[in-house]
Design a protein around this ligand. Structure first.
Ligand SMILES: Nc1nc2c(c(=O)[nH]1)N[C@H]1C(S)=C(S)[C@@H](COP(=O)(O)OP(=O)(O)OC[C@H]3O[C@@H](n4cnc5c(=O)[nH]c(N)nc54)[C@H](O)[C@@H]3O)O[C@H]1N2
Ligand SMILES: Nc1nc2c(c(=O)[nH]1)N[C@H]1C(S)=C(S)[C@@H](COP(=O)(O)OP(=O)(O)OC[C@H]3O[C@@H](n4cnc5c(=O)[nH]c(N)nc54)[C@H](O)[C@@H]3O)O[C@H]1N2
Ligand SMILES: [Mo]
Length: 793
């Protein structure tokens, strides 16, 4: 696709309009939007049928995010948010995408449409295949599809030539069966969306507290005295969290928002469930907003740590019994250089002191974070620093306090619990061995980035995706697309059409599946599935609608069907057919294999389910090697932005779910009718000789020769720290270099991309003299045209 070569509205987005950002989230507009969208997609009856069952004990779990549900007796009739309603409407739409559609549109033609159009074509009704050399998808029988997969997998030289991706929507039952199939086949190549999401969290928490999950329950949020929300935009991505924050505020909690942007939900919340939110002014959420520079959080948390040490505002008693490493850490943070902290964070010492005082004065603090912390090169260090603060304050295993990584996909945490992990520990593999009588592979498998590298290099020849939209979720879109197209076979288990279906291997299959809203009946018996939320609570989920087509199969059926076709009776201890027929068979295996899941069947079916064990939360014990909470020292570190460049964070609008674009309204940020925009500080616009409304091309900078440019983005002057730009994911994913990943977690650095701007048609970096001189400066430093950003310790 080429760019518009002149200024003015982009021909692709003629309706783009920019207004003042909003200062409050939710309220009646949110209710109106959700009902309007639902009615349009599903009609009156289905709207009532679905929305009233959403997040209820006898209904289905919302697929929009992993925020927990209140206790059954405290749930509202309408226990959903605007974006949850959009997610349901997206799946429960009455539009259908049949084989006739694929006969009409070639794959090449489909590839000219955007993600919004693809998603709006409706639910896929039949399994389809693209044969070698083919131009169109055509129908295929389920049995033939399974056979094709089986033959290809069995024809590989090694099972390690295949990779099996999971998106975080898969149920526990599907996930457990899937990882069992993959390991029975003989590989640990189980990349998942978590590799691009909270992987940095998992790595940091396992090292410091011994378990990669958050340590709080919803009740702790209600009883917190202080809540820190770093790098998270709950008003859009976890709207029901705002209700919990409101409850905490009304009990007197102080809230600190750490975010380069003044996100509407962090400023003010109008709770549509309460009269005050409908007619009144709503409630101010953040008592303090720290507009930190992108990637400045490690420095910020070390600054706060330094003050807490100086004031001796630490919990010596807790630390003496439960932790180690305080002295070394205290010595490290005592030495911080405040002028560097101010420079890196863009905050004054007074602002940081105000935050530290609020933390000092709270005897129970909840520490929340999401993608604003996890998707940077220094993400693991930053999250370890958050953990340090929680540990020195004694905020673990205490009412109203704890670590709260806010998960994204509704069952991403459950999938990990069920063994979707390329590096599952030996204890888990031992348990599989004992339950099923085969020897699972022990060598670590490929994560998401390594899977792409493998496909690119020709060592990975088969890609299967259990949900998700791999090519648009992954970094370096062009590289990923080319990599995927090099494979022998791609298999996508999906509900709706997306870009990954158009990046076909030599042979490509789309296997359409039932979604969470839909009933799943086998031999007259209604099946249910289970999920785990962000706070380790596990419960059942039951669909309520008739499936979108009689030809759909459930994810469990598809996975066990493929397994049976591929492995036959190679493993006497695994009865694939029984698992596919009756999910309680899988749950019995889960109970035997997964720690903390004893008596699973009975416990998941109680209203509200049960909560998985979490030693730090439950008993202040730590399953680290030392048996103690590890307070750790991380060198001060920040991504270095060469002069004349900016750091770009790629984030979500209010009208999307990851790569699924619901519509073109980022209401809270004032962007309507388009998505090809870049938010910039007014002085940065000036530096590039640009004005609000100008069109630019964006080029990222990395130490290889590849040109990574996206074209035709409208500049928006916006309140963001100097030097820090923002633009939407997935439009800007072509800018994220595949090899630019977080240390220790290998998570793509989607929140710190070094960029330069140019006017459409001009060579990169030529918008102003500053930029040109900036670019040449770096060339001298590194001798490369695309220098790797310099990092300092
Ligand atoms: N409606 C809806 N809900 C969703 C999703 C969705 O796409 N749509 N996605 C789901 C998924 S998978 C996930 S992981 C979550 C994502 O939830 P979030 O993490 O809230 O998602 P992002 O839009 O990536 O927002 C990141 C926030 O971090 C801030 N930020 C960026 N860089 C920095 C930084 O360096 N420091 C700090 N302190 N802040 C920074 C941004 O300004 C932004 O407010 O939401 C889940 N829920
Ligand atoms: N630049 C940049 N890139 C990012 C991020 C970022 O912040 N910036 N965020 C990252 C994060 S946090 C994540 S989690 C990933 C998300 O990566 P993915 O999970 O791979 O992406 P999604 O867009 O959530 O996947 C949507 C597709 O899932 C399919 N689907 C929906 N429901 C179901 C279902 O019930 N079953 C099945 N089988 N399929 C279903 C539909 O076909 C839909 O098109 O993206 C990552 N990529
Ligand atoms: Mo995510």
């Amino acid at each position: 696709m080429d760019a518009s070569t002149t200024d003015g509205p982009d021909p692709r987005e003629p309706g783009l309009e920019v207004h003042e950002p909003k200062s409050a989230a939710a309220g009646v507009t949110a209710v109106a939007v959700s009902v309007r969208r639902s009615l349009k997609a599903m009609g009156v009856k289905r709207t009532a049928q679905t929305l009233l069952k959403l997040n209820h004990a006898d209904g289905f779990d919302c697929m929009s995010c992993a925020w927990p549900d209140p206790d059954p007796e405290h749930r509202h009739t309408a226990e959903f948010c605007e974006n949850g309603a959009k997610a349901v409407a997206e799946e429960a739409t009455t539009d259908r995408l049949t084989p006739a559609f694929f006969a009409r549109h070639s794959i090449a033609e489909l590839d000219t449409h955007d993600e919004l159009w693809l998603g709006h074509q409706g639910r896929i009704t039949h399994p389809v295949v693209k044969r070698p050399g083919g131009t169109h998808y055509e129908p295929i029988d389920w049995a033939d599809a399974y056979r094709l997969i089986a033959d290809t997998l069995n024809g590989l030289e090694s099972p390690d030539e295949a990779a099996f991706y999971t998106s975080g929507r898969a149920s526990n039952e599907a996930a457990f069966a899937y990882q069992l199939f993959v390991r029975a086949l003989g590989t640990n190549n189980l990349p998942d969306c978590s590799n691009m999401c909270h992987e940095s969290t998992s790595v940091a928490l396992v090292e410091t507290i011994g378990i990669g999950k958050g340590s709080i329950s919803l009740n702790d949020v209600y009883h917190a005295k202080c809540i820190v929300i770093a790098g998270q935009n709950p008003g859009t991505n976890h709207p029901r969290m705002l209700q919990a924050l409101e409850t905490a505020k009304l009990r007197g909690a102080k809230i600190i928002a750490i975010n380069p942007l003044r996100e509407a939900g962090l400023v003010n919340f109008r709770n549509p469930q309460k009269p005050r939110g409908v007619i009144g002014k709503g409630i101010d959420i953040a008592d303090l907003h720290l507009p930190v520079r992108v990637n400045g959080d490690l420095a910020l948390f070390q600054g706060i740590g330094s003050l807490l040490v100086e004031w001796d505002a630490v919990d010596h008693e807790f630390m003496a019994t439960h932790t180690r490493g305080y002295e070394a850490w205290a010595e490290h943070v005592r030495q911080v250089d405040w002028s560097r902290i101010e420079e890196i964070t863009g905050l004054t010492r007074a602002q940081i002191t105000e935050a530290a005082e609020m933390i000092r004065d709270s005897d129970a603090t909840v520490w929340c974070w999401a993608m604003g912390l996890t998707q940077h090169r220094n993400a693991v260090a930053t999250i370890k620093e958050v953990t340090n603060l929680a540990l020195v304050r004694g905020d673990i295993g205490k009412k109203g306090a704890g670590l709260c990584p806010v998960r994204g996909h509704s069952n991403v945490q459950g999938d990990r619990t069920m063994g979707i992990w390329e590096r599952s520990p030996d204890t888990f593999l031992d348990a599989l061995h004992d339950e099923f009588g085969f020897e699972p592979p022990r060598e670590h498998g490929l994560d998401t980035v390594r899977t792409i590298q493998g496909m690119r290099d020709g060592t990975v020849k088969v890609f299967m995706g259990l949900g998700g939209n791999f090519v648009h979720a992954a970094p370096d879109t062009e590289v990923t697309l080319e990599a995927m197209r090099r494979t022998r076979l791609t298999v996508q288990v999906s509900t709706k059409l997306n870009r990954s279906h158009l990046a076909c291997g030599e042979t490509a299959l789309i296997l359409p599946t039932k979604g969470r809203t839909e009933k799943d009946v086998h031999d007259g018996i209604e099946q249910f599935v289970t999920v785990e939320d962000s706070m380790s609570s596990v419960h059942a989920s039951r669909g309520v609608l008739e499936p979108a087509s009689p030809f759909l199969r459930s994810e469990v059926q598809i996975v066990t069907g493929i397994a049976r076709a591929t492995l036959g009776d190679r493993h006497a201890g695994i009865d694939w057919a029984a698992m596919g027929r009756d999910y309680s068979v899988i749950r019995r295996h889960i109970a035997n294999v997964v720690p903390g899941c004893a008596d699973y069947e009975a416990r998941v079916d109680r209203p509200g389910g049960f909560t998985m064990p979490h030693p730090p939360r439950d008993s202040r014990t730590f399953t680290t090697e030392s048996g103690l909470g590890e307070i750790s020292v991380s060198p001060m570190d920040v991504v270095q932005v060469p002069e004349g460049h900016l750091v770009l964070q790629t984030l979500r609008s209010h009208d999307q779910f990851n790569t699924t674009i619901y519509g073109l309204s980022d209401r809270y940020r004032g962007v309507e009718g388009g998505r090809r925009v870049i938010f910039l500080h007014p002085d940065d616009l000036t530096m590039f000789g640009l004005s609000d409304g100008d069109m630019v091309d964006i080029t990222s900078v990395w130490d290889d020769d590849r040109d990574r440019t996206v074209r035709g983005f409208r500049c928006i002057a916006y309140e963001t720290p100097r030097g820090c730009a923002a633009a939407y994911y997935p439009e800007t994913n072509p800018l994220v270099p595949l090899d630019s990943t977080a240390e220790a977690s290998n998570c793509p650095t989607s929140k710190s991309v070094i960029i330069t701007l140019s006017r459409p048609g001009e060579p990169e970096g030529s918008s102003s003299s500053t930029t040109t001189s900036g670019s040449s400066n770096i060339s001298e430093d590194t001798g490369g045209r695309h220098p790797q950003p310099l990092h300092q310790s």
